[in-house]
Design a protein around this ligand. Sequence first.
Ligand code: KE4
Length: 430
Amino acid sequence: MKFTASAKLFEQAKKYIPGGVNSPVRACRSVGCDPVFITKAAGATLTDADGNEYVDFVCSWGPMIVGHAHPDIIGAVQKTAASGTSFGAPTPLEIDLATMVVEALPSVDKVRFVNSGTEATMSAVRLARGYTGKKVVVKFDGCYHGHADSFLVKAGSGIITLGIPGSPGVPDEIVKNTLSIPYNDEDALERTLRDENLEIACVIVEPVAGNMGCVPPKPGFLEKLRKLTSELGIVLIFDEVITGFRLSYGGAQQYYNISPDLTCLGKIIGGGLPVGAYGGKAEIMNCIAPDGPVYQAGTLSGNPLAMAAGIATLKLLQKPGFYEQLEEKTAGYVGSLERIATSVGIAVQLNRVGSMMTGFFTTDPVTDFLSAMKADADRYAQHYRQMLAGGIYLAPSQFEVAFISAVQAEEDLEKALKMTEWSFKKLLKK
Ligand code: KE4
């Protein structure tokens, strides 16, 4: 493969855009190569500026569960755009998508649309603080909830990928109200939540962690979290920006049968356009302006094109058997990966929930941030480069997830498995 056109574009991009990218992880710093610039995508295939084609396992970090350029989504966006792109006024489409979200999530009585996952989680935390009158937010090491100041404490995703301890520019006064404790540690959870010196407004959790790589909740962890937060009057926020409409049509809360007080959404509900959302019990949501005193706003919130893309996407997810087929496909693929790792003799821990997964290059089980950090990021980097050269597009970080979508065909997965076997063997040669 040649990457000359991407290399030229990257040089141009770096002239006016920090790092040449509009989101740090896309710079591929942790996998030791320059990014390829994508010019088009269809179904499960990405095409870069040099005309190289890739089977896509990043799926735009989750949104493209039905594949790229799906005709229903493109058609909905084109049709909507023909009537204008933004009015700064309410539109019927917002009601349609809000209705679909509320009908999908029994824990959500009301929902507010915003423009990103970060806006959703930032607003949900502000709402929890406003509703409870308390300040402290509890999160979990390795979980990432976007880049709002309160969250940049032992966060996941780009923060760990780039080895950034937290972030300059976030005042101590902000950070001191955020407590980060180990994920899947029930003792630390109970000790922290029962600490009477802490005025805890909320706990925010990725019900399945995706931003330290895929780390499932241990059996009982989410149940314990729900029990303690209910008993102690602490708002439980499920950050379902990744898991929402990914693990099931009702997200992780349906998958694990846990009902949070607030839910944050993004990615899939925008069908590839910028959308985030937060929602929950009417008693809490009624505190949001203009009904209540907690302020939150957004020029393009509920944008008609984004609503149309989200509606078209969710309609496709409602098709009978959609999630069962995805589950069967992913289980088969991961089973083959495990057989390949065993036959080659390379240490890989494969964590999977539904159609989200991560292969950690480490010998021990990965159940939290510390065990995830033991993974060999350099080995992952070499694997990433080798797979890219072979036409397989993985997340440019050991601490992210890969996604199976509805459109990766058997031959796509076969190609990925063949390349994986070749890459694993090459990794052991060095
Ligand atoms: P955005 O602001 O990037 O739309 O969403 C933030 C966010 C919130 N919560 C969870 C669970 C998330 O995974 C994210 C964003 N995910 C990362 C990838 N793991 C986005 C990729 C990027 O930063 O470029």
